[in-house]
Design a protein around this ligand. Structure first.
Ligand SMILES: [Zn+2]
Length: 318
């Protein structure tokens, strides 16, 4: 899995906002890839009126919602983020983009996200007859993505995220609806969750993900579950990201990824490079002591995971 990057992603200028260009500058010099605009794909997910509203807001340089600011350069940058994610889906790449996308809904921005890069690329694959598993390991629930595919059995959405935390959704009983019932799986993790419980959750859910037998696995790759992140209180180490990449490599084929959150710019390159080394079957360069959850965290986690397993046994048809 190779990085797809272009310095156009620095042109979404948000000033001192936590989602700012330092999040990519911190990677140092990266090889650049020529990227095409994703404008023609927006209508796969987004309403026409909303797209027009974003364009106008970028010209005026204003807030699209209380969390999401746009500047003049944001319009083109957001289209390129969609284009890079489509390119990643074509060549099993890792689109290292901003702005992120997984909170964006068809008709509104949310949580620093303008267009839902991953959902657009997934819908394109579904329209080509593919079955897609979305594995969202950002520390927040990708509520935009979850809602978009909530009633379909062509896409399985899986998220591990801190709860309570923005957007305060993604409980164990949110399992999809209609044909999509059993095709959404949420693991709401208590604050303080470390590597131990994180992988316990993945081990318990992986059999369901594998039985879905996806043609393609789309990764919403956020790194704000890292122990030193500024926005969340999860405690993953660099080792966890390496091991997550390794686990995905061992269990799934035909994967691609797009970058979501991650706000500790000192640690971010280590998290992303560790993940890529894991998924590419390379040696781990940056080791860090694996983290353990406290007894209280484990108690709360146990309650939640048992409830989720009960729900999945009841409603998951695969
Ligand atoms: Zn996040």
């Amino acid at each position: 899995m190779e990085i797809i990057y272009n310095k156009v992603f620095l042109e979404h200028d948000t000033g001192m906002h936590p989602e700012n260009k330092k999040r990519l500058k911190c990677f140092g010099k990266l090889k650049e890839t020529k990227i095409e605009s994703g404008e023609k794909y927006l209508s796969l997910i987004h309403d026409k009126n909303y797209v027009q509203q974003v364009k106008e807001a970028c010209n005026k340089e204003e807030y699209l919602d209380p969390d999401t600011y746009v500047s003049k350069g944001s319009w083109n940058t957001a289209l390129m983020a969609v284009g890079a994610t489509i390119a990643a889906s074509e060549k099993n790449g890792f689109a290292l983009v901003r702005p992120p996308g997984h909170h964006a809904h068809p008709g509104r921005s949310s949580g620093f996200c303008i267009f839902n890069n991953l959902a657009i690329s997934v819908q394109r694959l579904v329209n080509k007859g593919k079955k897609v598993l979305i594995f969202d390991f950002d520390g927040h629930l990708g509520d935009g993505t979850m809602d978009i595919f909530y009633d379909t059995n062509k896409v399985m959405y899986f998220s591990l995220h801190q709860y309570p935390a923005f957007p305060n959704k993604g409980w164990m009983d949110e399992l999809g609806e209609g044909k999509g019932k059993g095709y959404t799986i949420n693991v709401p993790l208590p604050a303080g969750t470390g590597d131990d419980l994180y992988f316990d959750a993945i081990d318990r859910v992986t059999p369901y993900l594998k039985r879905f037998n996806a043609d393609v696995v789309a990764l919403s790759a956020g790194f704000d579950a890292y122990l030193g992140d500024l926005l969340l209180d999860l405690k993953l180490s660099f080792n966890a990201y390496y091991n997550l990449g390794k686990l995905l490599r061992e269990n799934f084929k035909n994967m691609y990824a797009t970058f979501e959150g991650g706000y500790n710019t000192e640690a971010l390159p280590f998290c992303v490079f560790s993940f890529l080394e894991g998924i590419n079957g390379e040696k781990q360069r940056f080791s860090e002591k694996s983290t353990k959850s406290s007894l209280d965290t484990r108690k709360e986690y146990d309650k939640r995971i048992k409830e989720l397993e009960k729900n999945l046994k009841k409603c998951c048809k695969i």
